[in-house]
Design a protein around this ligand. Structure first.
Ligand code: SF4
Length: 337
């Protein structure tokens, strides 16, 4: 537990949380949408500071980040909590955890300095704040990220893209990369399925880009929800027009999960349509996820040579030279060394 950052007090003892774009107004004794930030006597408290529910060394490819230190390990951490309520959440038990006010948040104590030590001793090049939504356990992520950066580690958010500019300003100096979900391209979809607003997500993604944080986007294609041409082309055009064609787009296959057990897995044709939308928009780096032998290697957009070969999460080939194609010398966007 710790006093929260990014909030304001009001005369009626309510507080305004400014961490994510819900911007909750929380009355005394209440909690925000994320259920992990509470108003205690007019102060906002993070209930999950330093309580880690998931800790694992992952390949960076699992985040997924394909253009950041390929083949490296990423020390991956989570506390409970999320500010969305996605019906298809793959980690709902920890992301949407609600103690119903009992005050008993799960997790093992792990102070930031110890997390950094573990990352280094496991041979990791980065720390990923992932599995749940790091924005809502921001204070812990920020303290850890600052120490990690001092120790020469990269910091990565795997996020739904809902952080406020105020909070991003605080962490941006030590945040090197993010994989951001762009879950669909309609306000109705975001409202009904996720509990957020598309316009805020788009604005947040632009904000990450403006600050020079390396970003890759992920879209889970769900049958009957976000697999129509309008949304797929909308996402592809947004990436190409506003973020640039060098921004990687990960298109992922859905399998029934959480409150969406009634849907079939994404038909491969729907993924093909998404790939086509990306190709037509001129995106240079498009990848398929959750598909064996899908499009998962990085090719040079100039000559077509494979510069990073992948099978699943394993890097099978690496022919980059100083961030350029080993065959033709064209630059390949990313952080490579
Ligand atoms: S972080 Fe939590 S409390 Fe703060 S605005 Fe977001 S949902 Fe509300």
């Amino acid at each position: 537990m710790s006093t929260a950052l990014c909030y304001e007090r009001h005369d009626d003892r309510s507080v305004g949380c400014r961490l994510c774009r819900h911007r909750c107004r929380i009355s005394a004794g209440g909690r925000g949408v994320c259920r992990v930030r509470e108003n205690r006597d007019g102060d906002l408290i993070s209930l999950v500071y330093g309580l880690v529910v998931a800790e694992q060394v992952d390949p960076i490819e699992k985040k997924p980040l394909f253009h950041l230190l390929p083949g490296s390990r990423s020390y991956s951490l989570a506390a409970v909590g999320c500010n969305f309520r996605c019906r298809h959440c793959q980690n709902a038990a920890i992301a949407q955890y609600d103690d119903q006010g009992s005050g008993g948040m799960p997790g093992r104590p792990l102070q930031p300095a110890e997390a950094v030590r573990r990352a280094l001793s496991a041979g990791c090049r980065s720390i990923a704040y992932t599995y749940t939504e790091p924005t809502v356990w921001f204070e812990y992520a920020l303290a850890t990220a600052r120490l990690a950066a001092e120790a020469g580690l990269y910091n990565i958010f795997v996020t739904n893209g809902y952080i406020t500019p105020e909070a991003l300003t605080m962490i941006a100096p030590v945040l090197h990369a993010a994989n951001i979900d762009l879950k669909g391209f309609s306000e109705a979809f975001y409202r009904r399925v996720c509990g957020g607003r598309l316009s805020e997500v788009l604005d947040c993604i632009r904000d990450y880009r403006r600050r020079g944080i390396w970003i890759e986007l992920t879209t889970l294609v769900i049958p009957g929800e976000n697999d129509d041409q309008q949304q797929l082309h909308g996402i592809a055009r947004f990436i190409a027009d506003e973020l640039g064609p060098d921004t990687p787009w990960h298109i992922s296959r859905f399998f029934p999960c959480h409150l969406m057990q009634d849907r079939p897995p994404t038909p491969l044709q729907a993924l093909e349509r998404a790939l086509e939308a990306g190709d037509r928009a001129g995106l240079r780096y498009i990848y398929e996820g959750n598909v064996p032998h899908g499009r998962e290697s990085t090719r040079c957009p100039h000559c077509g040579a494979v510069v990073v070969g992948r099978t699943g999460y394993a890097v099978t080939r690496l022919t980059l030279r100083d961030g350029a194609c080993g065959a033709c010398g064209a630059p390949i966007a990313g952080i490579w060394g």
